[in-house]
Structure formats: structure tokens, C-alpha cells
Ligand binder design. Structure first.
Ligand code: XUL
Ligand code: CO
Length: 437
């Protein structure tokens, strides 16, 4: 069988002192932290579209490199070679999972029927390779944004025929995900938004989106897909405004349309920052509603301001992220998918390994540090104390919901002005830094 990464051996944990670049310094898959192995906590996944289909293109220049698995003349041969390369990479890296869009793994043909046949062929191969390697599918999804037919949206397209096309595509992608034992199915509304309000019936489009998601829920029941359904918020790009703007917007959309029990969220770092939030903000909003299902790990660039999808190497932000994950008791059947790509200038196959090793080590280190923070309990203890007034007297009465404005007025008339209390932000920032040893 063809080997695509022939010069590279399986990546191993060598410890923080090791100087070998192609080794883990912190990610020790079987090491137990807080009662679970790192592998079980972090559930890393490799993104098919970036790592195996990425060619270095950016908005100012076309492909910068041709991967060896993309060299064959026949598109289906390329698809097969790519799937083999993917399984080789993911198993050498030691990530348990991978993720794909339908169109990443098999190219579109002239008709939907032929496209689906192509998908069937590659899904069969993927199934065999999953068995051979032990690699598993974290989630599948459908690309309803790249083809020109989706220029004005998929579920929110003004043309019902396009809505039907997208729905048919999701049907098939869900079947493929089921067949490959996928743990989740993701909806990212790439063009579900608008470019101009002059030609847009926003209320109608949002109704359509809800109808589309209801159809997906009905179909998952019909075929017995028990994976978690996830919505991935993003505020814009390629649209000017995307309806799944951020975690808070998606949660209220789900609530309004009777979908909240069916979905959780897949929070992506660079999408949160594009929405003007921190990564931990959107994670916290999702987790506070009991809806943090999975993560697309990456990082933006403060100076560029678009979705640069860089690998996550910012330890600080990662500690915050892992704190949210640990506090909610883990990601369940979700995981940490590297929705990230190497830079245009990182043209070697080896760079794909460096990138993922860096991301995995950053999260592993974040996990160790976040666990220590929670074990020490100083941070959470401070927050608990800060709200202590709601566990007694006046505050306790407020929380029962049995008192009103007049009672509040009476309390203040009797007790006068509240005492100011410091939020100790600087002290807490210093405290956090103490853990970064
Ligand atoms: C795009 C993005 C997607 C989704 C899957 O910004 O994040 O790749 O993760 O469609
Ligand atoms: Co993503």
C-alpha cells in the first residue's frame, strides 16, 4: 500500500525536556488527569478539508502546493489516495478522530445521483480504513456553501429548488455519517445569511432555516442516527451577516423554533473572535445553557481580522477553554477538532505534523494547568464567595422569586447604601499567571 508520509514515524510522547520537534512534550495520551486519560478528555480530531484538501490558497493567490495524494489524473483515484493519506496521517499522529464535509471526501459529479454513488464508494473505503487503523469519525457535515448553486444560501436560499438540493445533500451526508459511526453531525451555515437587506426577506429566511433543521431532526430519527446534532456559530464570512451569529444568537433561535432539545453547539475560537468575543466567552455562554457539545480549535490573527484558522498555540486562551470544559464535566461525545490550516508558506508535509503536535501539546498543557487551578479551588472559591450574599438573608429571598420591588425598596430604606466590594481582577490575573510554570 502507498505510504504518503514515509519519512515520518508515529509521533510519541517524549516529555517537556525533549528537543525532538516531531514529538509530544505534553500530550501523553494514556496519562490520567482528573480521573480520565488525556485521550478521553481531549478527543482530538483532524479536519479533512484543511489538512488533506488544503493547497495553501488565500484570497490573493491560488494553490501554492500539490500534495502527493492529489497528483493522480482521475478525480476518484485522487479521492481514494486522499482517504488513504488521511488515515495514515491521523494514525501516525495518534489523534483518535477525523471530520469531513461530504464534498471533501468525494468530488461532485454532474448529477446528484452520480455524486452519491461516488460518496458511497469512498465511504466504503473509509469504513475499511477506520477498521484497519482504529481511527474514528468525530463528525460529518455537508458542504452547502462552495458550489455556485448555493451562492444565495442553502436552507435560506430564496429558491425552494436550492433548499431541496441542500436538504437532499444533508440527507445523504447524515446517512454516510451514520454508516461510519460518526459521534456527531455538524451544521455550519456557510451562506445562511445575507449580503444585502435590499433583496432579503430576513424573517422568511429564518423560518426556512428552522424548517430545514426540523427536517434534519425528523430524518435522523427515521434512520436511527443517535449522534449529537451540532450547530456551529459564525457571525459572517462569506456572508456579510450570518444568522448563526454567535452562541447566544443560536441558543435563542433554537429556543424560538422548538429545536433547543435537539441541538448542542460546536464552538470555534476564530468564529467567536470574529463576532467580537473571546473564545472563552462563547464557550461559557454555550456551557451556561448546558449546550457546549464540541469545539473547533484554532486561532485568529488580531492584525488580520478574518478567519485565518491558525493552529491554537495560545496557552492562555487554551487554559480558559479547558476550564470551561472541565467545569461542565467534559465534552461528552464531542471533541476538539483542529479546524485549522498550515500557512501558505508551510509547504512541506512535515509542517502538517508540526501544526497538529503544537495544537495537541497546547491543549494537553492547558488541561494539566486547568486541572491544577480547579484542584486548588482558589479561583472558583473566590467566585463562590463573590455571590455569597445570594445564599443568605435578602439574596436568598430574591432567589426564591417570592419578593418584589416593594420589598427591595423597604430593604434599602432600612439598610441604606451597599458597601463597595472589589472584584480583584488584577489579583486573579496574577493568580492565573502563577500556574504557568
Ligand atoms: C468555516 C468552518 C467550517 C465548519 C464546517 O469557517 O469553520 O469548516 O467547521 O463546515
Ligand atoms: Co469550523
Amino acid at each position: 500500500m502507498k505510504e504518503f508520509f514515509s519519512g515520518i514515524k508515529a509521533v510519541r510522547y517524549e516529555g517537556p525536556e525533549c528537543t525532538e520537534a516531531l514529538a509530544f512534550k505534553h500530550y501523553d495520551a494514556d496519562k490520567t488527569v482528573a480521573g480520565k486519560t488525556m485521550k478521553e478528555h481531549l478527543r482530538f480530531s483532524v479536519a479533512y478539508w484543511h489538512t488533506f484538501k488544503g493547497d495553501g490558497a488565500d484570497p490573493f493567490g491560488g494553490p501554492a502546493y500539490l500534495r502527493p495524494w492529489e497528483a493522480a489524473a482521475d478525480p476518484m483515484q485522487r479521492a481514494e489516495d486522499t482517504m488513504r493519506a488521511a488515515m495514515e496521517f491521523v494514525s501516525k499522529l495518534g489523534a483518535p478522530f477525523y471530520c469531513f464535509h461530504d464534498r471533501d471526501i468525494a468530488p461532485e459529479a454532474d448529477t446528484l445521483m452520480e455524486t452519491n454513488r461516488r460518496l458511497d464508494r469512498i465511504v466504503k473505503l473509509a469504513g475499511q480504513l477506520q477498521q484497519d487503523t482504529g481511527v474514528k469519525l468525530l463528525w460529518g457535515t455537508s458542504n452547502c456553501f462552495s458550489h455556485p448553486r448555493f451562492t444565495h444560501g442553502a436552507a435560506t436560499n430564496p429558491d425552494a429548488h436550492v433548499f431541496a438540493y441542500a436538504a437532499g445533500q444533508v440527507k445523504k451526508a447524515m446517512e454516510c455519517t451514520l454508516e461510519l459511526g460518526g459521534s456527531n453531525y455538524v451544521f455550519w451555515g456557510g451562506r445562511e445569511g445575507y449580503s444585502s437587506l435590499l433583496n432579503t426577506d430576513l424573517a422568511h429566511e429564518q423560518e426556512q432555516l428552522a424548517r430545514f433543521l426540523h427536517m434534519a431532526v425528523e430524518y435522523r430519527r427515521e434512520i436511527g442516527f443517535s449522534g449529537q446534532l451540532l450547530i456551529e456559530p459564525k457571525p459572517k464570512e462569506p456572508t456579510k451577516h450570518q444568522y448563526d451569529y454567535d452562541a447566544a444568537t443560536v441558543l435563542s433561535f433554537l429556543e424560538r423554533h422548538g429545536l433547543v432539545d435537539e441541538f448542542k453547539l460546536n464552538i470555534e475560537a476564530n468564529h467567536a473572535t470574529l463576532a467580537g468575543h473571546t473564545f472563552e466567552h462563547d464557550l461559557t455562554v454555550a456551557a451556561a445553557a448546558g449546550k457546549l457539545g464540541s469545539i473547533d480549535a484554532n486561532r485568529g490573527d488580531y492584525l488580520l481580522g478574518w478567519d485565518t484558522d491558525q493552529f491554537p498555540t495560545d496557552l492562555y486562551s487554551t487554559i480558559h477553554a479547558v476550564l470551561v470544559i472541565l467545569r461542565q464535566g467534559g465534552l461528552g461525545q464531542g471533541g476538539i477538532n483542529f479546524d485549522a490550516k498550515v500557512r501558505r508558506g508551510s509547504c512541506d508535509l512535515e509542517d502538517l505534523f508540526h501544526a497538529h503536535i503544537g495544537g495537541m501539546d497546547t491543549f494537553a498543557r492547558g488541561l494539566k494547568i486547568a486541572h491544577r487551578i480547579l484542584q486548588d479551588g482558589v479561583l472558583d472559591g473566590f467566585v463562590r464567595d463573590r455571590y455569597g450574599s445570594y445564599r443568605q438573608g435578602l439574596g436568598q429571598q430574591i432567589m426564591t422569586g417570592r419578593v418584589g420591588l416593594a420589598d427591595m425598596e423597604a430593604y434599602v430604606l432600612e439598610h441604606g447604601e451597599p458597601e463597595p466590594r472589589s472584584g480583584r481582577e488584577e489579583m486573579l490575573e496574577n493568580l492565573l499567571n502563577q500556574y504557568l510554570t
